[in-house]
Design a protein around this ligand. Structure first.
Ligand code: NAP
Length: 556
């Protein structure tokens, strides 16, 4: 079927996957108002969705908290069985889920199907992993004591997700939380609630108990109120957010009063580096995938392509030839590689970056303007700019569109400096993309560059969390080199985010064996929902002197 048919959602094999109400406590609920969801490829109206506010958010939090008791006391195997049924249902309905996703988000249907498979993979991975949430024993400084670490579910977790990966960003956050025994509240983006609701419907069919998984749909204005209630809540113990850096800062501020555990995955500005000894065909292939997937609307997109002088002309020529083959259009149409952008504001940003680069001397080798005659107003041509410079906006801001600026460099030291200079603390995804490229560019001494980049991070952060950041960079780098999926941690750095998106479920406490029954009491309190327990003498473990048990490891 192609985009000439009336509504893409009319062709769903299972029309009951199209939900427009929110899900609270196992019931589909309407809001006082609705908001419209439209197809970015055509502008056509797709559905009116429940617009929720503060009151419904409070209700969802209360429902999730109530459901926690029953959910956490199931064994990991019992929870895993429900999660595995959910994963199987996602796979069974992959075509319909992809159709809903392409309709509201715009990405080509094949990419949407890929996201369903990718998103589902988090569920079965964590369903299995929850059986292996082991504790630890820690050597002590006193032979009269024993330190034991046990892991417990922490309670209600919230997930605020973006529109660019409307399914995978949800499953990646909630699967580990659910598997560990937490209950969840999901707030999807205004532009893409239909995918989230279909995923929630399948969770219901899989036998997820009422209140364990809740979805609060809201438009952009109502999302602010929903987010405030979530952040202010003492009951919500963890917030996992993926989205813009600006909103991440707001949420971080709002979560400070409740000292909520936060996982932030924020905006990117990833460099993609090609050295003289790279396999150019392989490097071009890697750049194409990294840059133009999802019309350039991914956080790990190569935002800046740095090419060494010896292969610069050849690389640019090969890349231009490939970019010329890209087909822009409606994601439902056969052969389309680049769909529409999500909204008018996104096109304006892309136009601004292109105009700025051209004014500052970039050479336009492909695209450069809105694509006309494709049945909608939100298409932008696949664009290639050569001779980009650090002065250009595209060098320091996330473009989030199908524009590839190519920069020339001479030495390894120079490119490491260039890749990091615009945003020295925001290296998480930058490091990742270096790794991604190295994985595809034979002939490069991977270890040498790995060392150089990690050393650069360490230098930048010297005396300030240096070792820790190197460690996180390594996680990211390895993830991209190995191109692994659910089994890899995604750790951002500084303003790119903090922490993994999916370690949201576990809870750690420290107990001393010589306090006659205290450990058992603490454990009982944890299981009963007691959260604010003071841990004495934790300082000699190198951790916080006092810990809220719902907050991170005190023993590390
Ligand atoms: P966004 O504007 O920050 O929105 C993300 C989510 O936050 C949406 O659900 C949005 O709801 C909600 N939101 C906005 N303001 C809020 C507030 N004050 N309180 C509570 N919730 C609020 O980001 P986006 O435009 O959707 O996503 C694109 C950005 O995400 C890019 O910068 C991209 O790099 C980043 N991203 C990062 C990663 C990563 O792994 N680091 C992955 C994917 C995307 P509404 O839609 O209703 O406004």
């Amino acid at each position: 079927m192609d985009s000439s048919t009336s509504s893409p959602l009319a062709a769903l094999a299972d029309a009951s996957l199209l939900k427009t109400q929110a899900l609270i406590n196992g019931e589909w609920v309407s809001g006082k108002t609705t908001f419209a969801v439209s197809d970015p490829a055509t502008g056509a109206h797709l559905a009116d969705v429940a617009n929720l506010g503060e009151q419904e958010t409070e209700a969802a939090i209360a429902a999730a908290n109530k459901a926690w008791i029953g959910w956490r006391t199931k064994t990991a195997k019992e929870r895993g069985a429900i999660l595995l049924r959910w994963q199987q249902l996602l796979m069974k309905h992959a075509d319909d889920l992809a159709r809903i996703m392409t309709a509201e988000q715009g990405k080509p249907l094949a990419e949407a199907k890929g996201e369903v498979v990718y998103g589902a993979s988090f569920i079965d991975w964590f369903a299995e992993e929850a059986k292996r949430v082991y504790g630890e024993t820690i050597p002590t400084t006193d032979n009269n004591k024993r330190y034991l670490v046990i892991k417990q579910s922490m309670g209600v977790c919230a997930a605020i997700t973006p529109w660019n990966f409307p399914l995978a960003m949800i499953t990646r956050k909630v699967a580990p939380a659910l598997a560990a025994g937490c209950t969840v509240i999901i707030k999807p983006a205004e532009a893409t609630p239909l995918t989230a609701l279909a995923v929630a419907e399948l969770a219901q069919r899989a036998g997820m108990p009422a209140g364990v998984l809740n979805v609060l749909t809201a438009d952009a204005e109502a999302s602010i109120a929903v987010g405030k209630v979530i952040c202010d809540s003492d009951v919500v113990r963890h917030l996992s957010f993926t989205g813009s850096t600006e909103v991440g800062r707001i949420l971080m501020r709002q979560c400070a009063p409740t000292v909520k555990k936060l996982s932030l995955e924020l905006g990117g500005n990833a460099p993609f580096i090609v050295f003289d000894d790279a396999d150019l065909d392989s490097a071009v292939e890697g750049a194409m995938v990294s840059k133009y997937r999802n019309a350039g609307q991914t956080c790990v997109c190569a935002n800046r392509i740095y090419v060494q002088a010896g292969v610069y002309d050849a690389f640019v020529e090969k890349l231009a030839a490939k970019v010329a083959t890209l087909k822009v259009g409606n994601g439902f149409d056969a052969g389309v590689n680049v769909g529409p952008l999500i909204e008018e504001a996104a096109l304006v940003k892309v136009e601004t970056h292109v105009a700025d680069a051209l004014a500052l001397g970039a050479r336009l080798l492909a695209g450069g303007k809105r694509a006309e005659g494709l049945g909608g107003t939100q298409f932008f041509e696949a664009t290639l700019l050569a001779d980009a410079t650090p002065q250009m906006l595209c060098s320091r801001e996330e473009t989030f569109g199908p524009v590839a600026p190519v920069f020339k460099f001479k030495t390894e030291d120079e490119v490491v400096a260039l890749a990091t200079q615009q945003h020295p603390r925001a290296l998480g995804h930058g490091v990742g993309d270096v790794g991604f490229h190295l994985g595809h560019g034979g002939g490069v001494d991977q270890r040498a560059l790995l060392h150089a980049v990690l050393q650069a991070i360490a230098d930048l952060e010297a005396g300030h969390r240096g070792a820790e950041l190197v460690g996180k960079g390594l996680v990211n780098l390895l993830m991209h080199i190995d191109a692994v999926g659910a089994d890899a941690g995604l750790a951002g750095i500084a303003e790119l985010g903090n922490d993994r998106a999916f370690d949201s479920g576990v809870q750690v406490g420290v107990f001393k064996h010589d306090e006659g029954g205290i450990a058992a009491q603490l454990q009982r309190k944890l299981l009963d929902g007691g959260r604010r327990l003071r841990i004495q003498q934790a300082a000699n473990l190198g951790g916080a002197g006092e810990a809220e048990l719902a907050h991170d490891r005190v023993a590390r």
